[in-house]
Design a protein around this ligand. Structure first.
Ligand code: ZN
Length: 377
């Protein structure tokens, strides 16, 4: 979503009634966004490629959903020894993360297809794995994508007292150890979403300091039905065949794998040493940069040359391209990244990349350590 044109999300972009800060605005467009859009338009016109409805995307969605279904069915109905159940639980957890990265994320951004029902269906795969596509739309699609890395407005960098992810949050003593304990807490991300956060957000009508419009009609139905289907798949069906403690143990294991992978991969894009954490001006509430420049400077790509990483992470390793063009299907990002990097160079906008997943993980570790020190720089 860019800054131009009327914003369809005005209601949610209002701060919650007791919030003290106004929503930031961005500096006027400086030509960078227009130039990059022109080049991307030319690319699609000249190559004849599609922005959405790409055959490789549909292939990938089918493979990942089949991976999920086979892992689930084998784990629940066939595994009868721990050495069968443990690898299947890991496989199921990874397939759920892959659904999040590859199926739900594009669908939620209306980037899978030109047909809205296809996007809706892809987005609903999040409800299948326990998250709410309704809450995600506001939290990620609207707040995170508009105000990325702006403290007080991007809920993704606000983990309460648990961690200090931005220099603009108060440091607590416990943060001294955050570069050690956060890895374990990422394992709880999925459980927290599935069983607590979505309900809390909907009941309170808030996401952090922002208002969340209460779901009604079809949105309320899919929210409730999604949670019911997930709880049935995670608990009711397995309980027909297995004891309660076994079901709870494997639920924790599968969700732990999903949460760890989702939590870490999402942090590599924005919570690393190379990303900026700018604040709006105290007087005007305006950001120093225009919207598109802000998106690039708060985001870092990783593992750009690996086809495996691009396939598995659904373009989350091309977050710069994703933040500039969230409605373009992620299978196009590797090709677009050269054009984006070139345009950044011409306009003097820094384009940051980690060579590998590991380099991103190390940078996130260093960022946590730096912000947890008594005197951070
Ligand atoms: Zn996104």
């Amino acid at each position: 979503m860019g800054p131009s044109g009327p914003c369809p999300f005005e209601e949610a972009l209002l701060p919650a009634p007791n919030a003290t800060e106004k929503r930031p605005t961005f500096a006027p467009a400086d030509g960078f966004h227009a130039a990059i859009r022109r080049r991307i338009d030319d690319y699609f016109r000249l190559t004849g490629r599609r922005r959405r409805d790409c055959p490789e995307m549909y292939r990938k969605m089918a493979i990942i959903l089949a991976w999920f279904a086979v892992s689930y069915l084998l784990l629940i109905f066939l595994a009868d020894a721990w050495w069968q159940a443990v690898p299947l639980a890991i496989s199921l957890g990874l397939s759920m993360a892959a659904i999040g990265f590859n199926v739900q994320h594009d669908g939620g951004h209306q980037a899978s297809s030109n047909r809205s029902w296809v996007n809706k269906l892809a987005a609903l795969s999040l409800d299948l794995i326990g998250g709410s596509s309704y809450v995600w739309h506001w939290k990620h699609g609207v707040l995170h994508h508009t105000y990325v890395n702006i403290a007080g407005h991007d809920d993704d960098i606000d983990l309460g007292f648990l961690a200090r992810l931005t220099p603009h949050r108060k440091r607590l003593k416990i943060h001294r150890f955050q570069h050690w304990y956060m890895w374990a807490l990422y394992g709880l991300v999925a459980v927290k979403w599935q069983l607590f956060d979505d309900f809390h957000n909907v009941l309170s009508g808030r996401i952090g300091s922002s208002r969340l419009p209460r779901p009604r009609g079809w949105d309320l139905t899919t929210f409730l039905a999604g949670k019911a289907v997930f709880l049935a798949l995670a608990f009711a069906v397995p309980l027909l065949l297995h004891r309660l403690w076994v079901v709870c143990l494997f639920y924790a294991a599968v969700s732990g794998v999903t949460g760890l992978v989702l939590g870490v991969v999402f942090q590599l894009a924005h919570c690393v040493e190379q990303a900026n954490f700018p604040l709006p001006s105290g007087d005007t509430g305006q950001m120093e940069n225009a919207w598109a420049v802000h998106q690039v400077q708060t985001t870092v790509n990783f593992s750009r040359k690996s086809r495996l990483a691009a396939w598995l992470f659904g373009g989350l390793n091309f977050q710069i391209e994703h933040h500039l063009f969230p409605r373009i299907c992620h299978v196009n990002y590797p090709a677009l990244s050269r054009l984006v990097e070139e345009t950044c160079r011409e306009f003097g906008v820094r384009y940051a990349v980690h060579r590998s997943v590991w380099a991103g993980v190390v940078s996130h570790y260093r960022w946590l350590r730096r912000l947890g020190r008594p005197v951070s720089t």
